[in-house]
Design a protein around this ligand. Sequence first.
Ligand code: S3P
Ligand code: PEP
Length: 432
Amino acid sequence: MKELLKSQNTGLSGVIEVPGDKSISHRSIMFGAIAHGETRIKNFLHADDCLRTLQIFRELGVDIQETADEIIINGYGFENLNIPNHALDVGNSGTTIRLLMGILAGQKNIVTLTGDDSIQNRPMNRVITPLQEMGLILAKENENGLPPITFRGTSQLKPISYKMPVASAQVKSALLFAALQATGTSRIVEKELTRDHTEQMIQQFGGNVIVQGKEITLTGPQKLSGTEIVVPGDISSAAFFIAAALLVPNSKITIKNVGLTNSRTGLIDVVKKMGGKISITDFDPVNQSGNLIVEHSQLKGITIEGEIIPRLIDEIPIIALLATQAQGQTIIRDAEELRVKETDRIEAVNLELTKLGAQITPLVDGLMIEGQTKLNGGIVKSYHDHRMGMMLQIAALLVGKETVNLENPEAISVSYPQFFADLATLLGQNNE
Ligand SMILES: O=C(O)C1=C[C@@H](OP(=O)(O)O)[C@@H](O)[C@H](O)C1
Ligand SMILES: C=C(OP(=O)(O)O)C(=O)O
């Protein structure tokens, strides 16, 4: 149990840089491992999820060296991955397990992928079913599609033509990793546009992929070459400080070097629509990153639905908190994917923010939130979900003299181990 930080009248101020992007960090290890030659990664995210990916690729026999400011991988292609005798443990990371299935679909040996209690409740059939079409064979019956998953890949993967039933960058990426190893042309059609880091990185590593709207075409097999990756700051981590600055009076902050690729910036569009003061400066079109300046604002409720949802899917818990402080009602729809994240985030946001005084109606695929409600202190829990933990810490800044205590705050280290220290810096408080 942790007593959460409170805000004083001074608000948040100063300049901060958030840690590297989680999605790009995972993928830089994966691409570095399957490419040929040297890959150097700068600003890699040293947090639990990405460290699991790093550890697993070491267990697969990949040479990964760490220096003070870089990770250096010597890749020898897909064919030189060696499956160990033990199960590979992804911890809490959905990205690791799903993308890994696509990579290992091209390996002949049997492998078991497992993870923590949360992972053992997250659906994998969305990846298994299309990969089976490409040639993957389940080595153990698994009707419910929950990890542990034991399967055997094949060196003769077939290409796929697949219309995705869910909007998921993880499923799309797993299929692209398999398609890179298959002989022939694969065609994947997305339900909605989702984060496109995998497509961008295939090109950065010298591969070819054609993207036309929601349709992605890739002809395999392809041989990728190692490169240098500079990971930008994670907008999904910056989101918590963006919200804190918007909500706590007298705040004005600058968050430097945030990744701002279009498929990830739904939060910025939402904040603007809610009337929040946020601006981008020093945008670098090559790295697709820039600085964000955010200040305290009076917000108004809006409706968030449709194609924007995948562009802000991980930000919905913190957007829900913004909505509790906005004037009028906010409705979030088309976000049923929240039910299968680290926890059921619709349920968790509803229960925990309601404990603090929010007025929320959970919907099958979203949330209806009344504003503007005064929040009070209490004991809340993270459900071992990093984004829930960080959202509740920002809520704790709004309860005045009362105190909020958080159960299982350690979950936050999944994506942002220095979160409390960085927040304390912005608040002008010394972290104990
Ligand atoms: O591909 C990725 O890196 C991610 C995709 C999203 O998941 P889904 O593909 O399940 O939507 C997102 O929620 C997750 O945090 C990271
Ligand atoms: C859903 C998330 O990650 P993952 O699916 O990789 O566990 C997240 O970071 O919010």
